[in-house]
Design a protein around this ligand. Structure first.
Ligand SMILES: N[C@@H](CCC(=O)N[C@@H](CS)C(=O)NCC(=O)O)C(=O)O
Length: 215
């Protein structure tokens, strides 16, 4: 059994929800509200579990493991629960899928994380318009790079015709971009794959609006 500490709008928790759903692994939620009372990710009990002050954290009650970092969690699940694989077997294919995934998870997402935005608008006194310009800058940089990779490698999904870790990373990031009303017309492959993934129950059930803590 798994326990997922997450928040409905967290892209990184959204990734883990998709992975758990794809592998049909039952899990229970522990909600960590990232905004209320200055952010429950900073409460002592949660920091004891995850010293990074970030969601998600996955607890595996079978092994007693408590794990942070969505990509580490997804790779752990992939090795422990290999059904419905999210990484190709071929080492070159697997490396490409990881490169696509990291294009989102390392180059885009961290720059637009809540605490980064709070630092920009707090200590650095950026106004709302400049904050949005910052968000757009990093999403466009990452999506341009990914679109070129998709041109080369995509099929129905990011890599060929099977769902992989790359789709799991992409869909929450597109959700995030749409939240900020970004124009995605320059990325036809990204939009096509986003729309297609969102017809799949694993993605629909993981969507932020379908979470019990969604407001
Ligand atoms: N690289 C981490 C990122 C985790 C992360 O940034 N989580 C965000 C939500 S998507 C968070 O907890 N933010 C809280 C904050 O910024 O205070 C992962 O993939 O798990």
């Amino acid at each position: 059994m798994y326990i997922l500490y997450g928040y409905w709008r967290s892209s990184a928790a959204y990734r883990v929800r998709i992975g758990l759903n794809l592998k049909k692994l039952p899990y229970s939620h522990q909600f960590v509200h990232l905004v209320k009372n200055g952010g429950e990710q900073h409460l002592d009990d949660y920091v004891a579990l995850n010293p990074q002050h970030l969601v998600p954290t996955l607890v595996d009650t079978d092994t007693g493991l408590s794990l942070s970092q969505s990509l580490a969690i997804l790779e752990y699940l992939e090795e422990k629960e290999p059904n419905s694989a999210i990484l190709p077997r071929d080492i070159k294919d697997k490396a490409i899928v990881r490169a696509m995934s990291l294009t989102i998870a390392c180059e885009v997402h961290p720059l637009n994380n809540l605490r980064v935005l709070q630092y920009l608008t707090g200590p650095l006194a950026l106004d709302e318009q400049h904050k949005l310009a910052w968000i757009e800058q990093w999403i466009h940089k990452g999506f341009s790079a990914l679109e070129a990779m998709l041109e080369q490698y995509s099929g129905t999904y990011c890599f060929g015709n099977e769902i992989t870790l790359a789709d799991i990373c992409l869909i929450p990031q597109v959700y995030n971009a749409l939240r900020f009303n970004l124009d995605l017309s320059a990325y036809p492959n990204i939009v096509r794959i986003y729309q297609h993934c969102n017809t799949h129950t694993a993605f629909i059930d993981a969507a932020p609006e379908n979470q019990p803590d969604a407001q």
